[in-house]
Each structure stands twice: as structure tokens, then as C-alpha cells.
Design a protein around this ligand. Structure first.
Ligand SMILES: C[S@@+](CC[C@H](N)C(=O)[O-])C[C@H]1O[C@@H](n2cnc3c(N)ncnc32)[C@H](O)[C@@H]1O
Length: 277
């Protein structure tokens, strides 16, 4: 279920991630490390950018995620266009303990720094895996934009429930906006940043299914831990009919759903500077 949600999320955010990676300087022939790769979506986006002369390794602490990522990579290899991608591999590692035989051209990661207890130390340690002149690129969400305009009661209640559940979960709603200061604290002054906010109405194929899947996943997790607000779930009603009900409501209100902003920050490792950490 969580993997399904990640794949839906990827459908919406992968084009944004690809654009940001290119803007940061990821290019043909690079060797890349994707940390906290999950089901491999960022690994695949990077492999398409670096092309057949490049290579991307995804690392994650969860064996189940790596199993999904490897199966997807095997399928891509046999699909048309697969031969135009970089060499893809996956391995298990728990950040920040990642060791490599030789430095890479870029370390990248999406929706991972906000999950780590000490992201500054992790950034410092990961930056040592990058060759001088290479790139460090991280993307995270800023969830504050999440809302529906003009107001629509059901969609509004669902989005508020998601934001509340994320807060209870300990997720930093502003992790994306915090990336800039994290890079500074780690001694990696940002060389650039970008921020993109997807939004869409009832006709959007990705946004409403992702909202419903996120609500479903968070409400199930919260039910398990007994923290879910009963009143909110009663108001929202049956999750199986939620997508259809929200779609009609939003179509009638001619409303748009504003999703979390994907914030990307990058640093180019100085070619000549001595590392001081
Ligand atoms: C929200 S998912 C993001 C997955 C992927 N980067 C994407 O954007 O689709 C976060 C991933 O980080 C992994 N993760 C969390 N803490 C980790 C750690 N300390 N070391 C390695 N992986 C970790 C989780 O297993 C999960 O797959």
C-alpha cells in the first residue's frame, strides 16, 4: 500500500524532480548515488538523465523497498528506451553509513533528509562521497501550500486531516523550506535552489488519487496507533467512495487542489577547497 502511494506520488513529482536535477547540473555520463531511494523513482529519473555512459546506484535501509526497486529496474531494462538509460544498481545501506569504492559525481536524494534524525551530519558525511567539483542535490516537500481554492468542504477536510496526521507522525511540514539552512549548517552553501508547486482540478489524473491514497495510508497508520481524530473521519466518510465524491465536489466548485511544494537545493563541491570536516 505504501509503495502504491509512493508510485502515485512519483507520477506527479517525477517530472519536477527531473527538471530540478537537470537545473542543478546532472548530465550525461555522470556516476550518481541516490540515497533513500525507496521504490527507485528518483534513481530511474537520474538514469534517464545520465544516459548509457552513466550509472546510478540507489541505496535504502528497507529491504522491501529495494525488492520493489529491483523488480521495476528489471522491467525497465526490457522496455523500449531502456537501453538509453544509465546502468542501475541498488544496495542496502542505512544513512549516513554509506561507503563507496570511489567517489561519485553526484549524491542526490528526495524526501529523505526530513526523515533523518541528524540531517546536518548526514549531509556532511554524504558530501565526502562526492568528487571535488561534483554535485549534492536534495529535494523535500514544503507541505504548507496544501489547500483547495475556492473552498470545498470535503476536500478541505481531507487535506486538513492529512496535514494533522503528518504533524502527529512527527513529519516536519516545512522540511523543503528548511533545506536551505540545512545546507548552510553543513558547510555546503547552496549554489542554487528551485521550488515547484503542482496544482490541478477534478480532471487531473494524478492529484486526487494521490490525495485519497495518502489519506487512506495515514488514516490506517493513525488508527493503528489510536491517534486518529474520530470526528474528522466521520465527516469524511467511506474511503472507498472518497475519490468519486471529492471529484464531483471539486468539479462543481471549479476548484483547484494545491499540492506540497517540491523544494530542491544543491551545492557544487568546491574543486580546490580543502574540506574542514
Ligand atoms: C519517503 S521515501 C522516499 C523514496 C524516494 N526517494 C522517492 O522520492 O520516491 C523515504 C525512503 O527513505 C528510506 N530511509 C529512511 N531512513 C533511512 C536511512 N536512515 N537510511 C536509508 N534509507 C532510509 C525509507 O526506507 C524510504 O524508502
Amino acid at each position: 500500500m505504501e509503495m502504491d502511494r509512493l508510485v502515485l506520488q512519483a507520477r506527479l513529482y517525477d517530472p519536477i524532480t527531473t527538471q530540478a536535477l537537470r537545473l542543478a547540473g546532472l548530465s550525461s555520463g555522470m556516476r550518481v548515488l541516490d540515497v533513500g531511494c525507496g521504490a527507485g523513482d528518483v534513481t530511474f529519473a537520474a538514469a534517464a538523465i545520465v544516459g548509457p555512459t552513466g550509472a546510478v546506484t540507489g541505496v535504502d535501509a528497507a529491504p522491501a523497498a529495494l525488492e520493489v526497486a529491483r523488480a521495476r529496474a528489471a522491467r525497465r531494462g526490457t522496455e523500449p528506451g531502456g537501453e538509453r538509460e544509465g546502468v542501475i544498481s541498488f544496495r542496502e545501506a542505512t544513512l549516513p553509513d554509506v561507503s563507496l569504492e570511489e567517489p561519485v559525481d553526484a549524491v542526490i536524494g528526495r524526501l529523505i533528509l526530513g526523515h533523518l534524525p541528524d540531517p546536518v551530519t548526514a549531509l556532511r558525511r554524504l558530501s565526502r562521497l562526492v568528487r571535488p567539483g561534483g554535485l549534492i542535490v536534495f529535494q523535500d516537500f514544503d507541505n504548507h501550500p496544501l489547500r483547495v481554492v475556492p473552498a470545498a468542504p470535503l476536500a478541505g477536510a481531507v487535506l486538513r486531516a492529512i496535514a494533522e496526521a503528518l504533524t502527529v507522525d512527527g513529519t516536519d511540514l516545512g522540511a523543503g523550506a528548511r533545506l536551505y539552512s540545512l545546507f548552510q549548517e553543513a558547510g555546503l552553501p547552496p549554489s542554487g535552489l528551485s521550488a515547484t508547486t503542482p496544482m490541478g482540478g477534478a480532471e487531473d489524473a494524478a492529484i486526487l488519487p494521490l490525495v485519497v491514497q495518502t489519506y487512506r495510508a495515514l488514516s490506517m497508520a493513525a488508527f493503528r496507533t489510536g491517534t486518529w481524530a474520530v470526528e474528522a473521519t466521520q465527516r469524511i466518510g467511506d474511503v472507498n467512495s472518497l475519490l468519486d465524491r471529492m471529484r464531483s465536489e471539486i468539479a462543481e466548485a471549479r476548484a483547484v487542489v494545491i499540492m506540497p511544494t517540491a523544494v530542491t537545493v544543491w551545492n557544487s563541491v568546491p574543486k580546490y577547497a580543502e574540506r574542514t570536516f
